[in-house]
Write a protein that binds this ligand. Structure first.
Ligand code: NI
Length: 172
């Protein structure tokens, strides 16, 4: 299975809004498998289809300690969220080496379809709650740096564009 290319911020494609998955078929199962492999290879805890330039509502995540319990969420919806907000350091495979505090609901209830096409629902808290909110943001075109101040965001953008240019020079 091939590893997928992960889009890097500030790539405008990261801001596209994903459409619902129309059918959980072989194509979607293959995409999910490739995304799981890509997430593990990049040492991430979550990856949204948007990040691999597929604009459909699908995400994969694994916040387990053994990193052996991947979860696939198709057409995920937030059905409940706690009033309590927590703020913790987040990073993103699309924004390498940047970590900053983002406010999130402490607890959420999420409903989604699984790879079998059947709906399921789960409650999440802690890292899992943060991760699922972060990944669901990707599906509506939102990258976590958009929670930061415009000044911080511009600095991140400048730094990543510079890195991208240097990488291009090296490979030229
Ligand atoms: Ni991310």
């Amino acid at each position: 299975m091939p590893l997928l290319d992960i889009l890097r911020y500030p790539d405008p494609r990261l801001h596209r809004v994903a459409k619902p998955v129309a059918a959980v078929d072989g194509r979607i199962r293959q995409l999910a498998a490739d995304m799981i492999e890509t997430m593990y290879a990049a040492d991430g805890i979550g990856l949204a289809a948007t990040q691999v330039d597929v604009h459909e509502r699908l995400l994969v995540m694994d916040t387990s300690e053994g990193r052996d319990t991947p979860r696939v969420l198709i057409n995920p919806e937030l059905v409940a969220a706690s009033d309590e907000i927590v703020s913790g350091q987040e990073g993103c495979l699309s924004v390498p080496a940047v970590y900053d505090d983002v406010p999130r609901h402490a607890r959420v209830t999420v409903r989604a379809l699984g790879l079998d096409g059947q709906p399921f629902q789960f409650d999440a808290q802690g890292l899992e709650a943060v991760c699922v909110q972060h990944e669901m943001d990707h599906l509506v075109g939102k990258v976590f740096v958009e929670y930061l101040s415009p000044l911080k965001r511009e600095r991140i953008k400048t730094r990543l564009l510079k890195q991208a240019r240097e990488l291009l020079k090296k490979s030229a």
